[in-house]
Design a binder for this molecule. Sequence first.
Ligand code: ADP
Ligand code: MG
Length: 218
Amino acid sequence: MLLTVQNIHKTYQTADGPFEVLRGIDLTLGAGETLALTGESGSGKSTLLHLIGGLDTPDQGHIRLDGQDIATLDDTGRAALRRGTVGVVFQQFNLIPSLRVADNIAFQARLAGRHDPNWDAILADRMSLTLHLNKYPEQLSGGQQQRVAIARTLAAKPRLVLADEPTGNLDEATADIVLDMMLELVSETGAGLLLVTHSSALAGRMSRRLHLRSGQVA
Ligand code: ADP
Ligand code: MG
């Protein structure tokens, strides 16, 4: 199994005392599978994604990638995980303003030592970015920037793509197109996709769907 999440608990300390956001989450995701994660705002979707991406650590439970518990990784291993195995698309695009679109797309793949100019060209074509490769992010629309962020993640050919409301800033038609492209590219590379969305329409296009409620899978 590509991803196994077992009995994950996470509590945040707040001014009002401890707040348990996740109360025993289990899920699995195989290579080539797509999974929608839905739930009301504040239900812990981003928290779970951060834990799976190794950006934060759970209080209890296990997250395994290819059977390896990510808690057992040292800093180097965790960095490698973030650069290579797992690709994250955040709601904020986090593009590098001083780099042209082409270099933004290549950035993570270069870090991971897996830069493939042919694959970049295919991605740019599919994302309709070919005419914009020499521009800087600020010269692009929000939808174009989001497509650059997605292309950058996919350029490194991650085995697992985690996407946190990647179409949240886009209108419905553009969101549909962006999801089409993500699904196509994920199926081409055989990666697993975990997509956080509040849209039932988008969730319905994934092979499985999990709903978070009161810190548990409903
Ligand atoms: P979602 O992505 O489903 O909207 P989040 O995972 O962002 O939910 O947040 C879940 C809950 O945890 C929210 O009530 C949020 O305010 C709280 N929360 C998130 N991050 C922190 C943090 N670093 N410290 C304290 N509370 C947090
Ligand atoms: Mg969120």
